[in-house]
Design a protein around this ligand. Structure first.
Ligand SMILES: Cc1cc2nc3c(=O)[nH]c(=O)nc-3n(C[C@H](O)[C@H](O)[C@H](O)COP(=O)(O)OP(=O)(O)OC[C@H]3O[C@@H](n4cnc5c(N)ncnc54)[C@H](O)[C@@H]3O)c2cc1C
Length: 99
């Protein structure tokens, strides 16, 4: 059996895993980061998303509405603490600031 050694191993090759890999090497470029994926990365759910990423960027919108839409869109299966963290952080991403 082949053995591989890495500083960080990220499980999942969708947007979350790839973004985590980018964040790790942004923080420390010398890190050896491996991404492990069960399916070929281009078959992850991330590639199916067409509607873009949502974030509260206007005064008339609200974190509660975004959180409700996200939880409803998950058929109420989403981890609500994660959703709350996500909706509060989303406006702080570089992409949101460009809009
Ligand atoms: C049809 C469709 C349309 C969508 N449209 C939108 C949209 O318009 N806007 C939006 O914001 N969101 C949308 N979503 C939701 C969005 O795609 C997901 O919330 C997001 O892509 C999740 O990213 P992720 O990296 O967490 O998971 P994923 O992209 O699902 O990646 C999970 C990764 O984990 C890997 N993995 C899983 N289990 C294992 C294991 N045991 N071992 C190793 N690897 C494993 C998989 O191979 C995969 O690479 C849509 C989803 C679908 C299915």
């Amino acid at each position: 059996m082949e053995h591989h050694n890495h500083d960080i191993v990220i499980v999942g090759g969708g947007a979350a895993g790839l973004r985590a890999a980018i964040a790790a090497v942004e923080l420390e470029p010398k890190l050896d980061v491996a991404v492990v994926s069960k399916v070929y990365p281009m078959r992850s759910h991330t590639v199916s998303a067409e509607g873009g990423m949502a974030a509260v960027t206007r005064e008339y919108d609200s974190f509660d509405s975004h959180a409700y839409d996200t939880i409803k869109g998950s058929d109420f299966l989403a981890d609500q603490d994660s959703v709350e963290f996500f909706v509060k952080e989303a406006p702080r991403t570089p992409y949101s600031r460009l809009r």
